[in-house]
Design a protein around this ligand. Structure first.
Ligand code: ADP
Length: 248
């Protein structure tokens, strides 16, 4: 994969929680259309990294340049989301009492007045788009079903769809395949490979098989620092990585 312009440039990010250094001079670039996997042991700083990008945590120093223009570290979470950065947490969060279709409808409207948007009449084009998304998610048959009745994996797909329907530039996903069946994991990998190129993705993942299938590049975090970066093969052969992480 050839080098592209960066969609995200993290420069010397430092995050300190009451004396505990969670991220130390973290520098990391993600290219437009790249699918980057971030791995590392528990406590390495993966969640904090995502929190910095989404404006949930403000670093003590450093910059997070998005699309070669805005510094995300001075923006609030809503503004950051409006700039096209979507995030999916590990646990699926869908509106359980609403149908699968309605969940996508709300996400597409993207406004805060959930009930108003539910009542509002959708144009044909928007409905078609939701149906196309349902097909992509392999949820066509579940269209009118309550989201709460879906399987865990189906909820994960639905939530991914709720992000995608908002046309994000950069997607941050925390262990998207956690709790999925093998077949669902395989399809998630396929879907992500299709998304890469059109979107940029940062995926925190523990399942190395999944990482191997999807990642363009892998960043290994350890104690709040980038320990290694490269293809999965390259980082797996890195002495330091073997020592602190893979060689347990
Ligand atoms: P990971 O996601 O890689 O498991 P985290 O980013 O959640 O790692 O955490 C990195 C370190 O920062 C951990 O040691 C964690 O205990 C600490 N940490 C995270 N958030 C806070 C917080 N709000 N206050 C204090 N320490 C925190």
């Amino acid at each position: 994969r050839e080098q592209t312009d960066p969609v995200l440039q993290l420069e010397n990010i430092n995050v300190n929680f009451d004396g505990f250094q969670a991220l130390t001079n973290l520098t990391l670039n993600i290219g437009v259309g790249e699918l980057r996997c971030v791995i590392g042991p528990n406590g390495a700083g993966k969640t904090t990294l995502m929190d910095v990008i989404t404006g949930k945590t403000r670093p003590q120093s450093g910059r997070a340049i998005y699309d070669q223009s805005s510094d995300l570290t001075s923006l609030d979470p809503i503004t950051i989301a409006q700039k096209g950065i979507g995030r999916k947490f590990q646990k699926p969060t869908v509106f359980e009492a609403l149908t699968v279709f309605e969940n996508l409808e709300i996400a597409q409207k993207g406004d805060k007045s959930v009930w108003a948007s539910l009542r509002a009449k959708l144009g044909c084009e928007q409905r078609d788009r939701i149906d196309a998304m349902l097909a992509t998610l392999r949820l066509g048959a579940e269209r009118g079903r309550q989201a709460g009745a879906l399987s865990h994996g189906q909820k994960q797909f639905l939530e991914i769809g709720m992000l995608l329907i908002q046309d994000p530039h950069l997607l941050l996903l925390d262990e998207p395949a956690a709790g999925m069946t093998d077949a669902e994991t395989e399809y998630t990998a396929e879907l992500f490979r299709e998304l890469a190129g059109k979107h940029s993705l940062m995926v925190v993942e523990h399942d190395m098989g999944f990482v191997e299938t999807i990642a363009d590049r892998v960043t290994v975090l350890h104690q709040g620092q980038v320990l290694a970066e490269g293809s999965l093969k390259e980082v797996q052969q890195n002495e330091q990585v073997i020592e602190v992480y893979l060689g347990r």
